[in-house]
Design a binder for this molecule. Structure first.
Ligand SMILES: Nc1ncnc2c1ncn2[C@@H]1O[C@H](COP(=O)(O)OP(=O)(O)OP(=O)(O)O)[C@@H](O)[C@H]1O
Length: 719
């Protein structure tokens, strides 16, 4: 049984929520692992009858009001999904009808009670009336059953249509996010919350359903109330029993059961080293990226022992936050209110017994009355309870809708420019000029400069090589030219125009960049190459031409599926439970060969390529857009394009690039000295974020600086 530690320290200091601000937040240690911090705007009363102060309650409801514009926008968006209209209409009608059902049934029950009363009094029964009322009661019950069933049929397409509509939105949000925005951990967290993966019902549908429920619950309450009043009014002690029965759900609502336990601002963290290590070990074993090292380094025994040690230390606290939290929520020791609430449930029965003792003559009638009253009151209080519950839940769903739309509207950190670029497409064939003026840059969250007061100018059509040791800032220069980030100080000019003024899409269309840490998309090789120029993605001839230029065509053609090969297939095949090679109880060996053959499935879903082959595919992607004769690219940026290539491939690549680039500007980043630097029009030698030498090979050798020193050092190796 996990222990719960409470250390409530709350103050009313205003300002931003800071989980470490001990005076203002309530800290709850949920388990050995998880710690919860809740932000309280106002001092919480020490001994509050209700667990939420009126102000907090008000804050929640005002939060609802603030979120209304987002909900309105959601409704308008749903209105645009034509396919939804029919189902939504049916759903609404059914819900309205269902909301009247309890009142109708209540009315019938009242009528039945009347018949019983008359029968007891007059010793006769109006059979026809009894038949009519009984059939009406049965019919209304059956109608409710059918309507509930139709609801489940209608909800499925409704939910999936809404979900699909928003999935497309969500994909767009993710796809167009720029690097600084995407890399921000806060945004990552918001993304996770706004678009939780794997939830079956879309949050939008849940919100719509909750709103409809609130309205129908209100109708249900009112209709029940009117029938209930007419029933109770005529019953002896009816109002007393009603009061006793109502006090329980009202108390439940008052004690904040419905409202969730959180204030609107909270955060949870763990500092438990064993839990953190446990998670790290689980990730290491689960990610194929580490498999080679785990095997070659013989790490498994150590890892397993460590994992077991962590599990032993943590015991049942080795659970994720939500599990621990759920435990806290449901397993807190019952409070005084919970005990009181539970006792209140029994009150009507006790009151009835006391009344029966007092007036024994009226027992038969009172017995029927009591049955009716308690069932009607309990049905009414259920509705009341679910109404309060829904209104409590609605703040959470409205918050979620707001979060979702805030993510949809999230502006990128790199603002778009307004000037179209270039003025003349033909001019791009002559290259693009690049100038850095006193550019300084720090990566977000980083304290040190990646570039410091960097200034240089690359003239149109030049071949430039940026040289420098690891971490000196070479890649950063290329990233700034592509406007993946904006510099903190200084300016960058592209064809003598401030880079920030140019339309981003135009700018990026005019250049091709091959990053050092290039990636392979979990798509076919064909698409991996075609993505280099999405405008021509269907042009297979262009894809094969790009693959030839990138030196990839030969090995691609040798693959079983050629250009359709998936390096890592994103969808796995599924197989029935018994593992291949085992025998079942009747001695039959389990062999998936036949089903696999019939379905055209492969034993191995991933195709492995060498590092150099991977680089050739990435190169082909760059060629796809950059070196075609009609290409609109005027600037080629290569970050270590030959790092994984063998010497012949490297030589061939540079030859091809030299021939094909025409007069376009080309910038390489490298730490190798050789043919490339010898042929460069300009070499920028960068050291510790600062450009220390600049000029052609001959100039730099003559200058006798660091470039000359390393060049001579390398040359000696070949002597
Ligand atoms: N995304 C990032 N976030 C924070 N710091 C970064 C990031 N990328 C690079 N840096 C830091 O910025 C500095 C310059 O990095 P950069 O990648 O430009 O070096 P480089 O010269 O290209 O190195 P290499 O030759 O190893 O590729 C380094 O100190 C590096 O640690």
């Amino acid at each position: 049984m996990p222990r719960f530690y409470h250390r409530g320290q709350v103050s009313n200091r205003k300002g931003k929520f800071d989980p470490n601000d001990e005076e203002r937040v309530k800290h709850t240690k949920i388990s050995k692992v998880w710690e919860l911090y809740e932000d309280y705007e106002v001092k919480k009363p020490r001994l509050s009858f209700f667990s939420f102060s009126p102000r907090q309650r008000l804050e929640r409801y005002l939060g609802l009001y603030e979120n209304l514009p987002f909900v309105w926008r959601m409704l308008k968006d749903i209105g645009r999904i034509r396919a939804c209209w029919f189902y939504l209409g049916v759903y609404l009608i059914i819900q309205l009808a269902l909301s009247l059902a309890p009142a109708i049934q209540l009315w019938y029950s009242g009528q039945l009670l009347k018949i019983v009363e008359t029968a007891v009094e007059k010793r006769t029964v109006d059979k026809q009336l009894l038949f009519r009322i009984a059939s009406g009661r049965i019919a209304s019950s059956l109608a409710e059953l059918v309507l509930n069933h139709v609801t489940t049929i209608v909800v499925r397409p409704l939910n999936s249509q809404i979900k699909q509509y928003y999935t497309v939105h969500m994909f767009g949000v993710l796809a167009r996010m720029d690097v600084p925005t995407y890399d921000d951990p806060l945004i990552q967290r918001q993304l996770e919350q706004a678009f939780p993966s794997g939830s079956r019902n879309s949050i939008v549908w849940r919100t719509v359903a909750t709103c409809i429920h609130v309205v129908t619950s209100a109708i249900r309450l009112l209709s029940q109330l009117s029938v209930l009043y007419s029933v109770l009014n005529k019953q002896k002690d009816g109002l007393l029993f009603a009061f006793l029965s109502f006090s329980q759900p009202l108390l439940a609502w008052g004690s904040g059961y419905n409202a969730g336990i959180f204030t609107r601002v909270w955060a949870a963290t763990t500092r438990n080293v064993d839990y953190i290590e446990l998670s790290g070990l689980r990730k290491s074993v689960g990610d194929s990226a580490h498999r080679k090292e785990i095997v070659a380094g013989n790490m498994w025994e150590y890892m397993q022992a460590e994992y077991k040690r962590c599990i032993d230390v943590l015991g049942e606290d080795a659970v994720e936050f939500w599990d621990a939290f759920r435990y806290l929520r449901f397993h807190r020791f019952p409070t005084f209110l919970t005990i009181l609430r539970q006792s209140m449930k029994e009150m009507p029965q006790i009151a009835f017994t006391l009344r029966a003792v007092q007036y024994p003559a009226s027992i038969p009638v009172s017995l029927t009355s009591l049955t009716l009253i308690t069932t009607t009151v309990s049905s009414f209080s259920n509705t009341l309870f679910s109404f309060f519950n829904e209104t409590g839940f609605i703040t959470e769903t409205f918050d979620a809708i707001r979060k979702m739309y805030e993510m949809i509207d999230l502006p990128n950190r790199i603002p778009d420019g307004i000037i179209p670029y270039p003025e003349n497409q033909q001019a791009l064939q002559m290259g693009i000029s690049i100038e850095f003026r006193n550019v300084s840059f720090k990566y977000p969250e980083s304290k040190s400069y990646a570039l410091k007061s960097v200034s240089f100018k690359i003239v149109k059509g030049q071949l430039c090589v940026i040289l420098g040791e690891n971490g000196s800032g070479k890649s950063t220069i290329l990233k700034l030219i592509g406007r993946l980030y904006d510099p903190e100080e200084g300016q960058i000019f592209v064809d003598d125009q401030d880079i920030k003024t140019l339309k981003l899409a135009d700018l990026r269309r005019a250049m091709a960049i091959l990053f050092q840490d290039y990636t392979h998309f979990p798509l076919s090789i064909k698409e991996n190459i075609a993505l280099g120029d999405p405008g021509h993605s269907g042009d297979m001839e262009r894809v094969t031409q790009a693959a030839t230029l990138g030196g990839a065509s030969k090995f691609i053609e040798r693959l079983d599926d050629g250009y359709d090969t998936y390096l890592d297939r994103p969808v796995r095949d599924y197989y029935s439970g018994l593992p291949e090679g085992t025998t079942n109880i009747f001695g039959r060996a389990v062999d998936f060969g036949r089903v696999r053959g019939a379905g055209g499935m492969k034993t191995n879903e991933a195709t492995s390529l060498s590092g150099g082959q991977m680089q050739r595919i990435a190169l082909s992607r760059t060629f796809m857009r950059s070196l075609m004769s009609e290409s609109n690219v005027g600037l080629l940026l290569f970050d270590e394009p030959s790092a994984s290539l063998d010497p012949t491939a490297e030589h061939d690549l540079f030859e091809r690039l030299r021939l094909l680039r025409g007069q376009k500007t080309m910038i390489f980043s490298s730490h190798r000295f050789g043919n490339l630097t010898r042929n460069a029009d300009m070499i920028l030698y960068i050291h510790d974020s600062v450009i220390v030498e600049e000029g052609s090979h001959n100039q730099l050798i003559k200058a006798g600086g660091e470039y000359a020193r390393i060049w001579n050092l390398q040359a000696q190796a070949f002597l």
